[in-house]
Design a protein around this ligand. Structure first.
Ligand SMILES: Nc1nc2c(ncn2[C@@H]2O[C@H](COP(=O)(O)OP(=O)(O)OP(=O)(O)O)[C@@H](O)[C@H]2O)c(=O)[nH]1
Ligand SMILES: [Mg+2]
Length: 332
């Protein structure tokens, strides 16, 4: 089974002073392991980039199996200057992964639109996408029973794309679902894709991609939503000043062709901050829902199954209904 993926990148790959190492899910190879890093790079010494540097396509070389320091690796050089490596369990045969590795790299780098290795968020996202896909492949095709087997089978693995403008409560929700906790002072604007795995008994594994909501990160949403099984959009219903902005971001994403027919769950969060009069709470909720629906033009949502829930991550209102609502939409 694949358990780690790493990437070496520098101005010159052989110059360790200027080399960056990215990895997912955790750091196994450190820049301090100079001997190991040098050995990995050296295997790719004969591959050069010179003839390729003018092409706008990435040159993806043949992957090479390597085994050092008990690490069973499969490494592949791109443009003679970037190395991507997979680390497997000891008994795995790296060559079993040859096709998926090359196909995936071709798909992500040369068939996608304008991938940049200068952007750390894009590098992280590349590693995460590859990790998930290769892991799925490993469990499906190579069929080694593992403790993760159940979760990583395609039918039981769901990518949840969670987005919304900043400060609506996305990361708080993920934290609540994972740990049951909420903290008013837990205010950490997300700066990268925050990916949390939430196992749901007898249903499968949700990989929740919690997107950073701040304006400067929104262009990255386009990278995050690839191959999503469900979209979750969160609104801060207490912050009316931002409804226009939030609506336009919502429709920007929902109108993407790639997301056609993908089910959608809309969460109207922070209901605890809305003032209700003492009478007829249910009616007031209905009216509020209607108001939001008019503002956001929910009636224009076509050709996909969708649902709306009011929530408060703070008071826990309806939080127990979020996962069932997701599986209900997924099952259709
Ligand atoms: N009153 C109230 N506050 C909430 C609720 N949910 C989240 N918050 C607060 O809202 C603030 C922002 O929450 P985050 O979870 O960081 O928001 P986010 O959507 O992840 O923000 P970005 O990562 O910047 O996109 C925090 O101070 C939370 O404590 C809620 O239901 N009610
Ligand atoms: Mg966040």
């Amino acid at each position: 089974m694949l358990y780690n993926i790493f990437l070496f990148k520098g101005k010159k790959i052989r110059d360790l002073e200027d080399l960056n190492i990215y990895s997912y899910p955790n750091e196994i190879i450190s820049i301090k392991d100079k001997i190991l890093v040098n050995k990995i790079i050296k295997e790719h010494d004969n591959e050069d980039s010179i003839q390729q540097s003018n092409l706008d396509q990435f040159l993806i070389n043949e992957p090479i199996a390597q085994f050092y320091n008990d690490l069973n690796m499969y490494t592949c050089c791109i443009n003679g200057e970037i190395i991507i490596g997979l680390i497997f369990d000891d008994e795995d045969n790296p060559y079993d992964y040859k096709e998926i590795l090359k196909e995936l790299l071709t798909e992500l780098l040369n068939k996608g639109n304008g991938y940049s290795f200068d952007d750390e968020i894009e590098i992280d996202s590349l590693l995460i996408s590859m990790f998930i896909d290769i892991r799925r492949f490993g469990d499906e095709v190579i069929e080694k029973p593992t403790e993760f087997d159940y979760y990583f089978q395609k039918e039981t693995f769901f990518k949840v794309f969670l987005f919304g403008v900043d400060e609506v409560g996305k990361s708080s929700l993920v934290r609540r679902l994972k740990t049951g906790e909420f903290n008013d002072n837990f205010f950490t604007p997300t700066r990268k894709f925050n990916i949390e795995y939430i196992p749901i008994e007898e249903k499968g594994l949700l990989a929740v991609w919690d997107m950073p909501g701040q304006k400067s990160f929104r262009s990255k949403w386009l990278i995050g939503f690839q191959e999503s099984n469900i979209i979750v959009y969160m609104i801060d219903i207490a912050n009316q000043r931002r409804f226009d902005e939030s609506r336009s971001e919502f429709w920007n994403v929902i109108n993407k062709d790639e997301l056609n027919e993908i089910p959608l769950l809309i969460l109207g969060n922070k209901i605890d901050l809305v003032k209700f009069s003492s009478e007829n709470y249910e009616n007031q909720l209905l009216n509020l829902k209607k108001e939001l629906s008019d503002i956001y033009k929910f009636e224009k949502i076509k050709k996909r199954k969708w649902n709306f829930l009011f929530t408060s991550v703070k008071t826990n209102l309806n939080i127990d209904s979020v996962i069932p609502a997701i599986f209900d939409l997924l099952s259709s």
